[in-house]
Design a protein around this ligand. Structure first.
Ligand code: KIV
Length: 279
């Protein structure tokens, strides 16, 4: 059964946990889909783990559409949420609606995600008014890394925690059907979750959120440039891949790969005849 906005809202009402994992290509989308996860996020974290940028600021609409297309072909049951990249929604409400529409039409997204609170509520309202479901993203919003002065836990002071609660109410009121909370103290995230009628999805925000999201390459131990505190490696797939690549390298060098069973046959007489002709 395809996961939809209703799946998210029903889960919140029933107190059932929601799961979300990022994916950036067709094969990974199929793996996540087959695992029964509720949602795939085509995150702009692809800037870090796929494109090797040091932050997400250089990611473009074309990058997001390219990866969203691949993921949406592989995701049959997951709700596909696609990140709006830096500067695709901040400049004006009309640009935000146009770009959200492109992610839906060209990328075949089921919903879009925007970073920010009160200041982007006009965009959230206009995009939802256009019939496009919106996920909001609060707390550590990586597109604002320069404004934050680094990747830091958000909402630790009374004033910052109050702002975060106000932002959560604002984005919900503007029409967001789900709120991602990133790097927010667990107790505060739990409080916000209890106050909201839409589900919260946490990343580094504790177990009190309505669901959790992790980056595919982080949780599988594939991305090793840095590992945030909130990441758990559910497998060491990176080491498995490196070991397999080493085996390939040595088997090609020592002649044990490929074997006869990996090749194709031709009538031996044809080769013999050609040998006679050409040598
Ligand atoms: O881009 C991303 O992967 C994200 C998650 C970390 C929530 O926004």
């Amino acid at each position: 059964m395809k996961n939809t906005v209703s799946t998210f809202l029903n889960a919140k009402q029933k107190g059932e946990k929601l799961t979300m994992i990022t994916a950036y290509d067709y094969s990974a989308a199929k793996l996540v889909d087959a695992a029964g996860v509720n949602s795939i996020l085509v995150g702009d974290s692809l800037g870090n783990v796929i494109l090797g940028y040091e932050d997400t600021l250089s990611v473009t609409m074309e990058d997001m559409i390219h990866h969203a297309k691949a993921v949406s072909r592989g995701a049959k049951e997951c709700l596909v949420v696609v990140d709006m990249p830096f500067m695709s929604y901040q400049v004006s409400v009309s640009e935000a609606v146009t770009n959200a529409g492109r992610l839906m039409k060209e990328g075949r997204a089921n919903a879009v995600k925007l970073e920010g609170g009160l200041s982007i509520c006009p965009q959230i309202r206009a995009i939802t008014d256009a019939g496009i479901p919106v996920v909001a993203h609060l707390g550590l919003t990586p597109q604002s890394v320069n404004a934050f002065g680094g990747y830091k836990v958000q909402g630790k002071t009374e004033a910052a925690a109050r702002r975060l609660i106000q932002d959560a109410f604002a984005v919900q009121e503007a029409g967001a059907f789900c709120i991602v909370l990133e790097c927010v103290p667990a107790e505060l995230a739990g409080l916000i979750t209890g106050l909201m009628s839409v589900p919260t999805i946490g990343i580094g925000a504790g177990a009190g959120c309505d669901g959790q999201v992790l980056v595919f390459h982080d949780m599988l131990g594939i991305f090793s440039d840095y590992t945030p505190k909130f990441v758990k490696h559910f497998a060491e797939v990176g080491s498995v891949i490196t070991e397999a690549l080493r085996s390939y390298d040595s088997q090609v060098r020592d002649g044990s790969f490929p074997e006869e069973k990996h090749g194709y046959m031709i009538d031996h007489e044809i080769v013999e005849k050609l040998k006679g002709e050409f040598s």
